[in-house]
Ligand binder design. Structure first.
Ligand SMILES: *Cc1c(COP(=O)(O)O)cnc(C)c1O
Length: 408
């Protein structure tokens, strides 16, 4: 199957379901010539003494992300498909100024972490979900398809190669941040699907962001700005979603807030907190029962976070009978009302980068919603869910979501 085989399905009207066909096409196929194939990886090792591992204090002290010794790259061309992936020393990419990504935002990425367990093992957390989501994002911006299983293998190989040195067993409970990305590299101006692309994967340090002193403070977005819209691409991890959000975020930061709570539509639906999903624990207005509420996925407005999904699944399983998990649209007006009636119990932002970060305040057009933080600056449900997740990530609990990266 050619990576850009046209859809056989004939339709009178164009529909966004073309993407689902593409994803279906890439599921379950066997590796043929031109497919992404992790077994073809070529290896050029870096001089292991050339670069030093930073101390935890220095790892994020500068203005540049420190990456590990190696990266993986893989080129794609419409004419020949995927070439053999390469593991090689970390370093700059070379691009023509007319490359598609630099003009038309043909870029998407993923973010996941490699965790050094308390049992000494290196783990990824549900990397299959990141690989699948990367395929979805890729297809949304007309970059080439690939088998997500092969991407997952490449990620595991990079982590296994650099993990021992850059995430030493002497630092259990720490992590590296893995960033797979794909860009359109064809050097031709003109708005078109790129005929050349580059997949690359790096591993780097990222600060721990999961506990703001005094809790994360959110400011709702300016009235005349939205992050994403129905029919848009807010559900895809494409670079084009993030640059335009910085203006509002910077303004909020200048006023002492950490992130924007993005509302949607005249109703003011609560969607996401910065580039994290947003959860509230409250007592339901009608029944007074405890609920964990978060925005739904069905209108494809928000990113289907791996953290979000895992929290929903764990809470459904482990808080059954105590807290009901609700995925539905809810508005800022409902939050304001719940606040006035004293029904808000906890709130937190959730994503790989921020992990699970307690929220202490939401500011909306002159009104403050103060959210209790509880002992040790985190509410009891936030604390519970966070420790369940961390136990899986760091190997305190053996769980199928924790995937061990080893050299063989
Ligand atoms: C990446 C991201 C998230 C979190 O997703 P995880 O898979 O949990 O890391 C949430 N919202 C947006 C907009 C994101 O880009």
């Amino acid at each position: 199957m050619a990576p850009h085989a046209s859809d056989a399905v004939e339709q009178t009207d164009l529909t966004s379901s073309a993407m689902e066909h593409r994803i279906a096409e890439t599921n379950g196929h066997t590796a043929a010539k031109g497919e992404l194939d992790a077994s073809k990886l070529t290896i050029q090792l870096a001089d292991p003494t050339a670069r030093e591992v930073p101390t935890p204090e220095n790892a994020n002290a500068g203005d540049e992300t420190i990456c590990t010794d190696h990266m993986i790259t893989c080129q794609w061309k419409l004419s020949s498909g995927w070439s053999a992936p390469e593991l090689k020393p970390y370093g700059p990419l070379s691009l023509m100024p007319t490359a598609s990504v630099l003009h038309y935002a043909t870029e998407c990425f993923e973010g996941l972490k490699a965790y050094r367990g308390f049992d000494g093992k290196l783990r990824l957390f549900r990397p299959n979900l990141n690989a699948k989501r990367m395929l979805m994002s890729t297809l949304r911006i007309s970059l080439p398809a690939f088998d997500p299983v092969e991407l997952e293998k490449l990620i595991l190989t990079l982590v296994a190669t650099d993990g021992d040195k850059w995430l030493p067993a002497s630092r259990p409970g720490s992590f590296l941040y893995i960033r797979p990305a794909m860009i359109g590299t064809q050097s031709q101006l003109g708005v078109q699907a790129p005929k050349e692309a580059l997949l690359f994967i790096t591993a780097s340090y990222m600060p721990k962001l999961d506990a703001y002193p005094g809790g994360l403070k959110l400011h709702t977005n300016p009235e005349d700005m939205v992050r994403a819209w129905v029919g848009g691409f807010g559900y895809a991890k494409v670079g084009a979603n993030y640059g335009p959000s910085l203006l509002a975020t910077n303004e909020a930061r200048e006023r002492g807030y950490g992130q924007i709570l993005w509302l949607y539509g005249p109703e003011g639906y609560c969607t996401e907190a910065g580039a994290s999903n947003f959860f509230v624990v409250w007592r339901a207005k009608d029944t007074g029962k405890l609920q964990l509420i978060t925005a739904p996925l069905d209108d494809r407005l928000i990113l289907d976070g791996v953290t979000r999904r895992s929290i929903v699944e764990l809470a459904q399983e482990r808080l059954a009978g105590e807290v009901e998990v609700v995925e539905r649209k809810y508005t800022i007006a409902e939050l304001l009302e719940a606040n006035k009636e004293g029904r808000i119990v906890e709130a937190f932002a959730a994503g790989t980068a921020y992990f699970i970060c307690p929220v202490s305040l939401v500011h909306h057009r002159g009104e403050d919603i103060q959210i209790p933080l509880g002992k040790s600056e985190s509410g009891q449900y936030t604390t519970k869910i966070k420790s369940w997740m961390a136990d899986i990530m760091y190997g305190n609990e053996q769980h199928p979501w924790g995937v061990v990266a080893s050299k063989d």
